[in-house]
Unconditional design. Structure first.
Length: 539
């Protein structure tokens, strides 16, 4: 892929400017940059979902390109078809076989140009060969096994959980076998077993793979080159090596730049001193001042500018009032989505103490997000009850960020009668939304930026009970760390669903609820690691 003189603007905002880069073929390339730098926008450009304002992207030899988006297409995942049929559609084998049959049948017509038909037959056979028609079923079943979705093949797509749908789309895009594969945060919903399978799968993938991910360990194991999306310069920079090597080279370059900058500052100070001291003199001193002034002007023309540092999120959240000693009771809870389906939650009972940090773990599709929605009253239990005691104020961070209105601006999503616009803009500033950023519609934001809006929104509620569903999914590592440290100091009660052990370590978790068993244990990092390993053995 070759990008020439590419610029892209959203209104008055510059996303990319004068980009020229050759993206090498058959490499595994990590796409790195802070939230909002334009990583997902780059993928949308490559997929021709948006058109650049200037320049062009050339995909050599018309190679097939496909992607796994970070945010799931609601229409696609609301399909009523069976999972197996949904997956099989990724390769047009059935259509090609039908076409082949029609071509062979047409040969019985004596008036037909048989040479032309045979040429068409050759074309169809070549396509079937590309799609590995004879081995395709085995390839698909192996993918389903690796991603642990074999048990879902007879289900309807619309009945799957969010995590299951993410795995399903991953399997589909891999099965489609594109020559250029774009993956946007592919590990967000993967358990350790599936992640290990995907890591090995991508290492041996026979095409170009571009990966946006905040999972540094995942990137280091796969990528051979790194593209840095610079939010400050609006440009792309290609580095050899994995993420760790990129950071090393970037830091070395910055250190070298700082040294040169400091030398220039000293030289500038020295030259200015001579010019100021002797500019009004005569004779040799005046000539010396004139000579130094020329050198000073030349230095200023070529003066090194240090890159601006990306600002970091500054979080704060207060509690309006203290809750009772036990803000939440769950009593003998039963729930299933359909009478014909199995119960996701059976006879589940627990209570939460004021100020407790409570973690929910379990396999994808086992009911973790469902439990949070039941507590929020978005779903109704079949049996049992959920009691939010007096003085309990609750706030909810949804995994898919569906609580935001895409058609409203960032500021409008936070509109609250208790706050003035100035106060809201100050709050948004702590979440890195400055100036005109607050007037952007949410639909144009990156998933990471949307996550920051959601966190800003719940910070307004001053709730004493927080429900957090995978809060780090769309955030870069630095922001994940800041949020983890913030929530550790939060004085309210917290119920968290997270597959991110590093993030969980920051929170000060006291107990762990394991689903579907409903067992509750004291927090132990080794238990979490063991739980994930146990899941992979049982699959």
């Amino acid at each position: 892929m070759i990008i020439n003189d590419l610029s892209l603007y959203f209104g008055t905002q510059t996303i990319f400017e004068d980009i020229n880069i050759n993206i090498p073929n058959n490499e595994k390339i990590g796409i790195i940059g802070v939230n909002g730098s334009g990583k997902t926008t780059l993928f949308r450009l490559l997929m021709k979902q948006i058109t650049p304002d200037k320049g062009k992207i050339t995909i050599t030899n018309n190679k097939r390109i496909d992607w796994l988006p970070q945010v799931i297409d609601e229409e696609l995942i609301d399909s009523n078809e069976l999972v197996l049929d949904f997956l099989l559609e990724a390769r047009p084998i059935e259509k090609l076989n039908k076409k082949l049959e029609e071509l062979y049948n047409s040969l019985s017509d004596l008036n037909i140009d048989q040479n032309k038909v045979f040429k068409e037959i050759d074309k169809v056979n070549n396509k079937l060969s590309y799609w590995e028609a004879e081995k395709a079923e085995g390839i698909l079943l192996k993918l389903c096994h690796g991603l642990d979705i074999e048990k879902l093949l007879d289900k309807r797509v619309k009945d799957l959980s969010g995590g299951e749908k993410s795995k399903l789309l991953f399997a589909r895009v891999l099965y489609s076998n594109p020559e250029i594969l774009l993956l946007d945060e592919p590990t967000n919903h993967l358990d350790p077993s599936s992640k290990e399978y995907i890591t090995n799968y991508l290492k041996s993938y026979k095409g170009t793979v571009l990966i946006i991910s905040h999972d540094i360990d995942f990137l280091n194991k796969i990528i051979t080159k790194t593209i840095f999306v610079d939010k400050i310069s609006k440009n792309l920079y290609l580095y050899d090596g994995n993420y760790d090597k990129f950071i090393k080279l970037k830091n070395e370059h910055l250190e070298s730049l700082k040294n040169e900058y400091n030398k220039q500052v000293k030289e500038e100070k020295k030259l200015r001193s001579i010019v100021e001291k002797y500019s009004h003199s005569s004779g040799k001193r005046k000539k010396m001042a004139q000579d130094r002034e020329k050198k000073l002007n030349k230095l200023l023309e070529n003066k090194i500018e240090l890159p601006e540092e990306n600002k970091k999120v500054k979080l704060s959240m207060e509690i309006e009032k203290e809750s009772t000693k036990h803000p939440l009771y769950v009593k003998d809870l039963w729930f299933r989505y359909d009478k014909n389906n199995r119960y996701l939650l059976r006879k589940l009972s627990f209570d939460i103490s004021r100020g407790e940090k409570f973690l929910i773990v379990g396999e994808n599709g086992i009911g973790k997000s469902t439990l949070l929605k039941l507590i929020m009253g978005k779903l109704t239990p079949d049996q049992g009850e959920i009691v939010l005691t007096e003085k309990t104020d609750i706030a909810y961070y949804a995994q898919e960020l569906e609580l935001l209105d895409d058609e409203k601006t960032v500021l409008e999503n936070l509109s609250d009668n208790n706050y003035s616009e100035k106060e809201l803009r100050n709050i948004l500033g702590r979440f890195l939304f400055k100036g005109d950023d607050v007037f952007k519609k949410v639909k144009v934001l990156s998933p990471g930026e949307k996550a920051r809006v959601s966190l800003a929104k719940i910070s307004l509620e001053k709730a004493n009970l927080l429900l957090l569903d995978e809060p780090t999914n769309h955030l870069d590592p630095d922001t994940q760390k800041i949020i983890g440290e913030f929530f550790k100091t939060y004085k309210g009660t917290m119920i968290v669903v997270s597959h991110n052990p590093e993030f969980v370590d920051y929170l000060g978790i006291s107990r762990i609820l394991t689903l579907p068993e409903g067992t509750i244990d004291l927090y132990d990092r080794r238990k979490i690691e063991y739980f994930y390993k146990l899941n992979t053995k049982e699959k």
